[in-house]
Design a binder for this molecule. Structure first.
Ligand code: UT7
Length: 333
C-alpha cells in the first residue's frame, strides 16, 4: 500500500488593517526607527483594534480567505481544526472551538496547541498524523496571535518586536509522495526562564498586584533568546537537510520563523541559501508568533510549485524549536 502523506492543499492568511509604524512607536517608547530596523529588520506591524476582538477573529479572516480560494470546499467536510496560539481568546475553552463555532465548521472537532513561536510547526505535525493514519481527510491547522494583547507598551525591548496576524492551511491525503516528508521537533523547558509570561496561569493567578506589576505581558531576555535561536534553528535546519539529501541547490525555499532578520540570516547562511530563497515578511508584520509561518506561505503561495522542496524552521519560548521538510503539492492557478 502506498504511504499516505499529509499535504498542504490550500493556504489562507489575514492581517488586521491598522499599521503601527516604527515612527509611531517612537512617540510611545524611547526608541528609533533606525534602531528597530537595524537590530530586527522590522519597519511596521499590524495591530488588531476593536473591543471584544481576539485571536479567533484573525483566524476567521484567514479561513474566509482559504475558502474563497477553494469554492468547492464545504465547511461541513472539515474533520478537525487545530489552533496554534499563545494568545488564546480565553484561558478556556480552546480558541479552536471558538473558531469552529464562529466560522461554522459544524462537523469539526478542535483543540489548541501551545508551543509559543514554534506552535504552528508543532500543530502542523500533529495535524499530519491524523491524515497519515488514513482516519481523517480534511484537517485545518491555524497559526494565529494577537500579540498586542500581551505587550507592555512601556517596555521598548519587547513591544517593538511583535504584531498581530495569522494564517491557516488545509491538510489532505496525498499518495504521490508529496506533502510533509520529515520533521525534527525539539523542546527544552529549562529555557522557560528567558521567555515567558509571569502571571495569569495556575502558578500565579491574576491579582491586583500582578496587574499593577505588569506581570501579564511578554517577558523576554532578548540576548539570551537570540543566542539559543541562532544556534538551534540553524542546527535543526541543517539536520533536516542532511538526512533527506537536501542541498542548497535542490531546496526551493526556506520558510523561517520571523523573530529577527539576523536570526533568519544565520539560518539561511548555515543552509547555504541565498536571500532570494528565503521567505520574509518581518519588515511589514514583525513577529506574529504562531502567525509567521502560515503568513509566509500565504504571501509566497503563487511562487510555489508542485514538487518544490521547502524547509520550515522555527524557534520560540519554552524553549521549542524545529524544522519540517515539505514537498509542495500544488501549483497555484
Ligand atoms: O520569537 C520568539 C523568540 N524570540 C526571539 O528570537 C528574539 C531574540 N532576540 C532578539 O531578537 C534581540 O535580542 C532583540 C531584538 C530583542 C534585542 O536586540 P539586541 O541586539 O539583542 O539588543 P540588546 O538587548 O543587546 O540591547 C542593546 C542596546 C541596550 O542598550 P545599552 O545597554 O547597550 O545601552 C538596550 O537597552 O539597545 C537598547 N535597546 C533599545 N534601544 C532602542 C533595547 N531595545 C531598544 C529599543 N530601542 N527598542
Amino acid at each position: 500500500m502506498q504511504k499516505i502523506h499529509a499535504a498542504i492543499t490550500a493556504v489562507g492568511g489575514y492581517v488586521p488593517d491598522y499599521v503601527m509604524t516604527n515612527k509611531e512607536l517612537e512617540t510611545i517608547v524611547d526608541t528609533t526607527d533606525e534602531w528597530i530596523t537595524t537590530r530586527t529588520g522590522i519597519k511596521e506591524r499590524r495591530i488588531l483594534k476593536g473591543e471584544g476582538k481576539g485571536s479567533s477573529d484573525l483566524a476567521v479572516g484567514a479561513l474566509e480567505d482559504l475558502f474563497r480560494k477553494r469554492p468547492e470546499l464545504k465547511k461541513e467536510d472539515i474533520d478537525l481544526l487545530i489552533c496554534a496560539t499563545t494568545t488564546p481568546d480565553f484561558q478556556f475553552p480552546a480558541t479552536a472551538n471558538v473558531i469552529t463555532d464562529k466560522f461554522g465548521l459544524v462537523n469539526a472537532f478542535g483543540y489548541d496547541v501551545n508551543a509559543a513561536c514554534s506552535g504552528f510547526l508543532f500543530a502542523l505535525n500533529t495535524g499530519a498524523q491524523f491524515i497519515e493514519t488514513g482516519r481523517y481527510k480534511k484537517v485545518i491547522v491555524v497559526g494565529v496571535d494577537k500579540m498586542s494583547s500581551i505587550l507592555n507598551y512601556e517596555d521598548r525591548t519587547t513591544c517593538i518586536i511583535f504584531g498581530d496576524g495569522g494564517g491557516c492551511v488545509l491538510l489532505e491525503p496525498n499518495t504521490e509522495d508529496l506533502g510533509i516528508i520529515d520533521s525534527v521537533l525539539k523542546s527544552d523547558g529549562a529555557g522557560r526562564a528567558h521567555l515567558h509570561q509571569k502571571a495569569g496561569g495556575s502558578v500565579k493567578p491574576a491579582t491586583v498586584e500582578t496587574v499593577m506589576n505588569r506581570e501579564h505581558f511578554v517577558y523576554q531576555e532578548g540576548q539570551t533568546v537570540f543566542k539559543f535561536a541562532v544556534k538551534n534553528m540553524a542546527d535543526v535546519a541543517a539536520q533536516i537537510m542532511e538526512r533527506n539529501g537536501l542541498t542548497s541547490d535542490n531546496v526551493a525555499w526556506l520558510v523561517p520563523h520571523q523573530a529577527n532578520k539576523r536570526i533568519i540570516a544565520a539560518t539561511s547562511e548555515r543552509m547555504g541559501l541565498p536571500e532570494s530563497k528565503v521567505m520574509l515578511n518581518i519588515e511589514r508584520y514583525g513577529n506574529t508568533t504562531n502567525g509567521t509561518l502560515p503568513l509566509c506561505l500565504w504571501e509566497y503561495e503563487k511562487q510555489l510549485h508542485k514538487g518544490d522542496n521547502i524547509v520550515l524552521a522555527a524557534f520560540g519560548g519554552g524553549f521549542t524549536w524545529g524544522a519540517t521538510y515539505i514537498k509542495w503539492a500544488y501549483d497555484t492557478k
